[in-house]
Ligand binder design. Structure first.
Ligand code: CP3
Length: 344
């Protein structure tokens, strides 16, 4: 492990005097240079599958801000596409997919080994990044967690309450389980290939974990992430895993152990003080500044940033937002956040 990679040191459990920092969606529409490259690529998916341009947008926030980690530019919905679902993005609305709700539709998905036919440009992007990033910058690969990916595959789009996925789970559990299993297996292959191409850390985004209650949270958020983590650790024992069961609330307690992850990313629904007492005791914590501070800035941004840094200063911490930065954010507020974290 490079001594200079502060992200890897924090993930190994080290308490650093200044937490390393990166930001979810750090390559995104709040940056004029992102919008220019995206226009050059055509549409969002063309950008994801163009290794040179996807690497370029990944480098942009590193050049501008010197974040301690770069996250591969891609999307969690490339896995459904690689398994054979149709995928497109409607401007201003979000993703659309062909839906999967029957056993016949699950059976018609491609075998998991076939995902590489579609995803090989992503591995190429990882290679370009691995060769081109500064020595001190850690490269993070990622995938969606199975529950979150399944919610999009079942509904064919984003939904406020993940209703169609909950309905399938209630009405036809074997089909739902078969779909989750297929996504879980594909995700292991996908992340393992990202690691072989040069990803030094992988992150699992379970953006809709918060809508699972009781045993469902254990069975469909924690368990698939645990299975993926265990399979990856068997293949790549030294590669840290970050799990993001967004919306877990008090269920963040015990998440490290339940998933076997090196770091748990927390959203802005819990306080940093609570996380220090209840989550950081088990390992590295990432988070949890409210993204809206990147829009509003000012004294509140500075004081909230300082509060989070102070609250989590007695254990391993990676500073991040609680969720992705939004397109209406001001790039100068990102600089203010970084200066506050690094300068005190
Ligand atoms: O964080 C990063 O910088 C890495 C790249 C990344 C993207 N999406 C790029 C993207 C990552 C890690 C994701 C994850 C992702 N994608 C999640 C999980 C994290 C989360 O935000 O909860 C989800 C649910 C998706 C699915 C998805 N992709 C949606 C719902 C949308 C549309 C919403 C929107 O913001 O427009 C996307 C599009 C998307 N993915 C964009 C980016 C930069 C915007 C695309 C554009 O340029 O128009």
């Amino acid at each position: 492990m490079s001594k200079d990679k502060t992200i890897l040191r924090a993930l190994a459990g080290e308490t650093l005097p200044t937490p390393p920092i990166w930001m979810m969606r750090q390559a995104g529409r709040y940056l004029p240079e992102y919008k220019a490259t995206r226009a050059e690529a055509g549409d969002f998916l063309s950008l994801c599958y163009n290794p040179e341009l996807a690497a370029e947008v990944t480098f942009q926030p590193i050049r501008r801000y010197g974040f301690d980690a770069a996250i591969l530019f891609a999307d969690i919905l490339l896995i459904p596409q690689a398994l054979g679902a149709d995928l497109w993005f409607v401007t201003g609305e979000g993703p659309r997919l062909s839906t999967i709700t029957t056993q016949a539709e699950v059976d018609a998905l491609k075998p998991v080994e076939a995902i590489h036919d579609t995803l090989s440009p992503i591995y190429e992007t990882v290679k370009i990044l691995s060769n081109g990033l500064p020595d001190e910058t850690t490269l993070i690969g990622f995938a969606g967690a199975p529950w979150t990916v399944a919610t999009y595959m079942i509904a064919g789009q984003g939904t406020p309450d993940q209703g169609p996925a909950h309905a399938l789970k209630a009405e036809n559990r074997p089909v739902f389980d078969a779909l989750v299993k297929r996504i879980t297996e594909a995700t292991v292959l996908y992340l393992s290939e990202q690691i072989k191409a040069g990803a030094e850390v992988v992150k699992l985004f379970d953006s809709w974990a918060g809508s699972l209650q009781g045993a469902d949270f254990e069975d469909y958020s924690l368990k698939p992430m645990q299975q993926i983590t265990a399979a990856l650790k068997a293949l790549h024992p030294d590669v840290p895993v970050i799990a993001f069961p967004r919306g877990a609330g008090e269920r963040y307690v015990g998440a490290h152990a339940a998933i076997g992850a090196d770091c748990v990313a927390i959203d802005d629904g819990v306080t940093a003080e609570w996380a220090a007492q209840n989550v950081q005791t088990a390992g590295c914590v990432q988070g949890n500044l409210k993204s809206s501070h990147m829009v509003s800035g000012g004294d509140a941004l500075v004081s909230e940033t300082r509060r989070i840094v102070d609250a989590l200063s007695n254990g391993p911490h990676i500073f991040n937002l609680g969720h992705g930065i939004t397109p209406d954010a001001d790039p100068e507020n990102v600089q203010l956040m970084i200066d506050t974290v690094r300068g005190g």
